[in-house]
Design a protein around this ligand. Structure first.
Ligand code: PLP
Ligand code: COI
Length: 341
């Protein structure tokens, strides 16, 4: 439906739309400053900033929804704040408090309220928090100045068709992260490391995304380039335990919902051969929500693990349970949502 901004909410891609404002906070002289509001899409920084040279950069991703009752809800912002704090410890950046993180999320959403997709369109407002080292560093060391920004953009589904099964491909040629590296942190370098595999996998539109095995042995399932993995085996929800995957907030929520549904939940190493025993499989994440996996091809071994062209019954149930909470249609029994007043 057309609107004053001419945004076609139902057909929004997962991409950038210019909004009215972003919020910023600077770290200088050993402390975080006041929250600032900006209408500029640009940031000015020194050419010797640590983020540009040594990858001192972290980001987050979370969503806000216009709900059935007209209210706006953010899904688990405290969890994103905590993960960012963990990333900060991982790459030596100053931690931002959960309180400040959530306050900035609320502020940027309110300032851009007209960009929140209406209820029922399937779209949502994606928040992209970004923390970068801005201090001058020529020798390799952590910077002494940082900038934290949150911008927003209305988005549609990340993978083709939204809740629709897509094929994925196992990449054995490239690793995304090392076993004791930065895979557990949300740093830009992990995504830079994935780009070649991603482009090769998606070339020609054959696959939705590349898929990684553990870097050390190539024996266990890790995750997709931009989402965690889960499989369903005889009514059990099974997801990898690994030192090189991102601790997904969506996955954590799905594990809880699965348990609430009476499913057995297992978080453990998954041998790639076990994939043939799963009846369903999915990629999960903020952007991906649940994206059912049609099949996982392993070109180097010639194997293909097939889960089906249609989303399976457990994936469907989990998807609807998660969406119902996010959209304020079901009772938020775990107190995951922050309502914006
Ligand atoms: N794994 C990777 C590599 C990701 O980029 C993401 C996206 O944030 C996820 C998993 C899913 O995490 P979350 O559910 O917290 O968005
Ligand atoms: C997310 O799901 O929020 C992500 O960050 C995935 C991707 C867009 C990098």
């Amino acid at each position: 439906m057309a609107n004053s901004m001419n945004i076609d909410w139902e057909n929004l891609p997962f991409g950038y739309v210019k909004t009215d404002y972003n919020v910023r906070c600077y770290y200088r002289d050993g402390k975080w400053g006041e929250i600032e509001v900006s209408s500029s899409e640009h940031i000015e920084m020194h050419m010797a900033a640590s983020s540009l040279h040594y990858g001192q950069e972290a980001f987050e991703g979370l969503k806000a929804y216009r709900c059935k009752d007209g209210k706006i809800r953010i899904f688990r912002p405290e969890a994103n704040a905590e993960r960012l704090q963990s990333t900060c410890r991982g790459i030596m950046m100053p931690e931002l408090s959960t309180e400040k993180f959530v306050e900035m999320c609320k502020k940027v959403i309110k300032l851009n309220e007209r960009f929140i997709p209406p209820y029922g369109t399937g779209a949502s407002l994606y928040l992209r928090p970004l923390l970068i080292g801005t201090g001058i560093t020529v020798g390799v060391k952590p910077a002494d100045e940082y900038l934290f920004v949150i911008f927003v953009t209305p988005v549609g589904p990340y993978f083709k068709g939204g809740f629709k099964a897509n094929p994925y491909v196992i990449t054995r040629k490239y690793d995304r992260s090392a076993p004791l590296g930065t895979g557990i942190y949300k740093v830009g370098g992990n995504y830079a490391a994935s780009l070649r595999a991603h482009v090769e996998a998606c070339h020609g539109g054959q696959y939705a995304c590349e898929f990684y095995l553990d870097a050390k042995e190539k024996k266990y399932v890790d995750e997709a380039g931009a989402a965690n993995f889960f499989g369903i085996k005889d009514g059990a929800y099974i997801t990898p335990k690994s030192t090189s995957i991102l601790p997904s907030i969506t996955n954590k929520s799905l594990m809880q919902l699965a348990e609430d549904m009476g499913m057995k939940v297992e978080r453990r190493p998954i041998d790639v051969d076990e994939l043939s025993e799963f009846q369903e499989a999915g990629a999960c994440g903020t952007a991906a929500v649940i994206s059912p996996i049609e099949r996982l091809d392993d070109p180097e071994t010639g194997k293909s693990y097939v889960f089906g062209k249609e989303p399976g019954p457990w994936s469907t149930k989990l998807y609807h349970a998660l969406r119902a909470i996010q959209l304020g249609e079901a009772e938020d029994v775990h107190h995951w949502n922050t309502v914006i007043d």
